[in-house]
Design a binder for this molecule. Structure first.
Ligand code: FCB
Length: 480
């Protein structure tokens, strides 16, 4: 935050007041919290299969039980209400609703989400539903997964079912969470489900995720209430060069294309970036993009969801160096097709338990850039937060000053971006609860609320109380 404060001359210790209707929430995802993996007709998603494959997830952890939210949802909504949160971002498990990824819906699956949404509305908490947070029905993966066009068509049918069932209650919809991870970690580096390592499949997946997004927006708009808001959540990478060299600037351009513009291009501007097509021409001619696809992908959105944790630093490389650094796991395969001559570097500064550098200036710069590139598109931070090695002390308290410092720094950056003209409408802390952190299993705790896994007991951490005060008052307090 220091640099943003310096740029504007504002006093970093002063209290910061957020706009009146600013939305304060927390976020979760179905596979990470629900558990009840084979209850009420739910069938395996690619994450069930991946987690059950030895060696894929730390410690052999799976989402079979997770935080048992499927049974404790009422308690979890009560926790949010106690904390005074105004919104809750959660995702629907596709295989709870359409077990094979096709055909009629399972009523029990839909009923679970109806009950959850009704309880949220009853407590005055705005539900924000994400249709897809990475849990593709395994049967659709067996039929080819996201590299195949048919998966986007199945997704549109599922979106229609969800909107028909919940469209009277849910006013805020997000199609996909971080399609970059689905495409490039799932099919490129293989550190996420389904664990494939084929750069062409990753690029094909990116296109079909884009198409799935456009088709889902169409399906939701046709069915949900007239005032329903549609969005997508992207983990826009804030990419910085290691040095001022031309080669490093080109490395930034390449990674920006593969991380960000591969999605914002078609979704927000109606075209794939020319430089991306050129950079990847040695791998594919992109003939899987069919006539009419770009029009279907390019749908007006009500806001863009932005997930931010840490910046990305790159330089030009000779082709022999490391190419990973995606933050979510290690692999010998690159998640960056056609970018072999880019090296990734650890940004300076403190780290979280994920090894991610703490740098709120990245969030400030990212928000300012998005506002410059897409001036008419409101932004919502749909995820921001940090993992630390939290534990309950003998009195049963969980003190997490590092998380409070992280949140304070990033909220100050958001506030500064708003002050400087960015149209940011809300902030969702990742995450409400400690949960299954993908390839890291239960080893990384991101929650504002601590979960004692053997018993399922929830303990709000000190950061939950701190965040609650900010959410209730809309004021980021002054520091001493
Ligand atoms: C994001 C994911 C979310 C969580 C955080 C830490 O990439 O969307 O599910 O794992 O990272």
């Amino acid at each position: 935050m220091a640099s943003a404060a310096r740029q504007t001359g504002s006093d970093p210790r002063a209290a910061r007041v957020f706009p009146r209707n600013f939305l304060w929430g927390s976020a979760t995802a179905s596979y990470q919290i629900e558990g009840a993996a084979s209850e009420d007709g739910r069938t395996p998603s690619i994450w069930d299969t991946y987690a059950r494959t030895p060696g894929r997830v730390r410690n052999g952890d799976t989402g079979d039980i997770a935080t048992d939210h499927y049974h404790r949802w009422r308690e979890d909504v009560a926790l949010m209400a106690d904390l005074g949160l105004g919104a809750y971002r959660f995702s629907l498990a596709w295989t709870r609703i359409q077990p094979t990824g096709r055909g009629p819906a399972v009523q029990k699956g839909l009923d679970f989400y109806k009950r959850l949404v009704d309880e949220l509305l009853d407590k005055g908490i705005r539900p924000v539903a994400t249709l897809y947070h990475w849990d593709l029905p395994q049967e659709l993966e067996d039929a080819g997964g996201w590299p195949e066009r048919a998966t986007a068509e199945r997704f549109a049918e599922y979106a229609a079912i969800a909107a028909d069932a919940l469209g009277d209650r849910v006013r805020t919809w997000t199609t996909l969470n971080e399609p970059w991870c689905s495409a490039f970690l799932g099919y490129g580096s293989g550190v996420h489900a389904p664990g494939r390592t084929d750069p062409v499949a990753a690029l094909r997946a990116a296109h079909h995720l884009n198409l799935a997004h456009g088709l889902a927006v169409e399906a939701v708009r046709e069915r949900a209430a007239a005032d329903a808001q549609c969005s997508v959540t992207l983990n826009i990478h804030h990419v910085r060069p290691l040095t001022g060299s031309e080669g490093d600037a080109d490395a930034v351009r390449r990674i920006d294309a593969l991380a960000n513009r591969v999605f914002t291009g078609p979704m927000l501007q109606g075209a794939y970036p020319e430089d991306l097509l050129k950079d990847t021409a040695g791998l594919t001619d992109w003939s899987f993009v069919q006539d009419g696809d770009l029009e279907r992908i390019h749908r007006p959105l009500d806001f863009l969801g932005v997930n931010y944790y840490t910046p990305t630093v790159v330089s030009e490389a000779d082709g022999s160096g490391t190419h990973t650094s995606d933050g979510h796991g290690r692999s010998d395969h690159s998640p960056w097709p056609g970018a072999d001559r880019v090296a990734f570097h650890q940004p300076p500064g403190d780290r979280t338990a994920m090894g991610w550098a703490v740098d709120p200036t990245g969030l400030y710069d990212l928000l300012r850039r998005l506002s410059a590139d897409f001036p008419d598109l409101p932004l919502i931070i749909t995820e921001n937060g940090a993992a630390f090695d939290d534990y309950a002390d003998p009195e049963g308290n969980v003190n997490d000053p590092d998380r409070i410092a992280y949140l304070r720094g990033h909220l100050a950056a958001v506030h500064q971006a708003v002050k400087d003209g960015s149209d940011v409408r809300g902030y969702f802390l990742w995450s409400l609860l400690d949960n299954f952190e993908w390839a890291h299993g239960y080893g990384k705790r991101f929650g504002a609320v601590y979960v004692d896994y053997p018993t399922g007991t929830r303990i709000p951490k000190a950061s939950a109380r701190w965040y609650s005060e900010v959410a209730r008052t809309g004021v980021l307090p002054a520091t001493d």
